[in-house]
Design a protein around this ligand. Structure first.
Ligand code: PGA
Length: 250
């Protein structure tokens, strides 16, 4: 059985009460998931709280974002130094909602990616095309352009793991998604590109899929040979459904 990485992105959702409940549900499957790793990305303010709740369980945590600066007069921001301080290992970078609502472009994403990597944390890099690009058969081109521009100055030696989530922008939160076979093709293409271009990343590369993954399509998607995991938003907020979803691959 292949290794699978599931990242659950809770976005701007939750309270202490709902998080406590959700973790209780997640716990039901955690010890049965030898080949499956689960990383939760709660809202920043609940990272520490969630950390306490997952003590002694095999779940890791990711931040949904970081600021470009390490400290200083940047009201409302959180730095990589602070994440390190509370023991966080992963950071989601380049999510399309940050591009849409916070004007993050490839230049900012590249800087954030390298900041995380240089600080020996692990970025979870989201890439993907919009609907017009998808319709015009430009997905492969767009994904490779994004990877190239983001990794161009990265210190490859420092990369512990290269986690890339292929997330078509048009499928995030829309209940629309490419056919599993199309996802397989794209993930395979991305992986072979990375293998060809960066030989040193051979055993370190994980290519996930994200965008409207739900209880009905999860199995079909995850069983594709080049899908090493999924990044799940909405469907990870319903504990019962999430557990049933993961049970399909236990
Ligand atoms: P969704 O979100 O599963 O709700 O479509 C996925 C994501 O934002 O990565």
């Amino acid at each position: 059985m292949k290794k699978i990485l599931i990242v659950t992105n809770w976005k701007l959702n939750g309270t202490k009460k709902t998080i406590k409940k959700l973790i209780k549900k997640y716990k039901k499957i955690i010890n049965k998931t030898k080949n499956i790793k689960i990383i939760i990305a709660p809202p920043l303010i609940y990272l520490d709280y969630t950390k306490k709740k997952i003590k002694k369980i095999n779940i890791e945590l990711a931040a949904q974002n970081i600021d470009l600066h390490l400290s200083g007069a940047y009201t409302g921001e959180t730095s990589i130094k602070m994440l390190k301080d509370i023991g966080i290992k992963y950071v989601i970078i380049g999510h399309s909602e940050r591009k849409i609502y916070h004007n993050e472009n490839n230049n900012i994403i590249e800087k954030k990616f390298n900041l995380v990597n240089d600080n020996r944390l692990i970025p979870i890099l989201c890439i993907g095309e919009n609907y017009t690009e998808y319709k015009n058969n430009q997905t492969k081109k767009i994904c490779i352009q994004q990877i190239k521009s983001i990794l161009k100055n990265t210190k490859k030696k420092l990369i512990k793991k290269l986690i890339i989530a292929y997330e078509p922008i048009w499928s995030i939160g829309t209940n629309k998604y490419p056919k599993p076979k199309e996802i397989q093709k794209i993930n395979k293409y991305i992986k072979s590109y990375i293998y060809k271009k960066y030989k040193e990343l051979h055993n370190k590369t994980i290519i996930q899929y994200g965008g409207s993954v739900n209880i009905n399509n999860f199995y079909e998607i995850i069983k594709q040979p080049n899908v090493d995991g999924t990044l799940i938003g909405n469907a990870s907020l319903n504990g019962k459904n999430f557990v049933s979803m993961i049970k399909q691959i236990l």
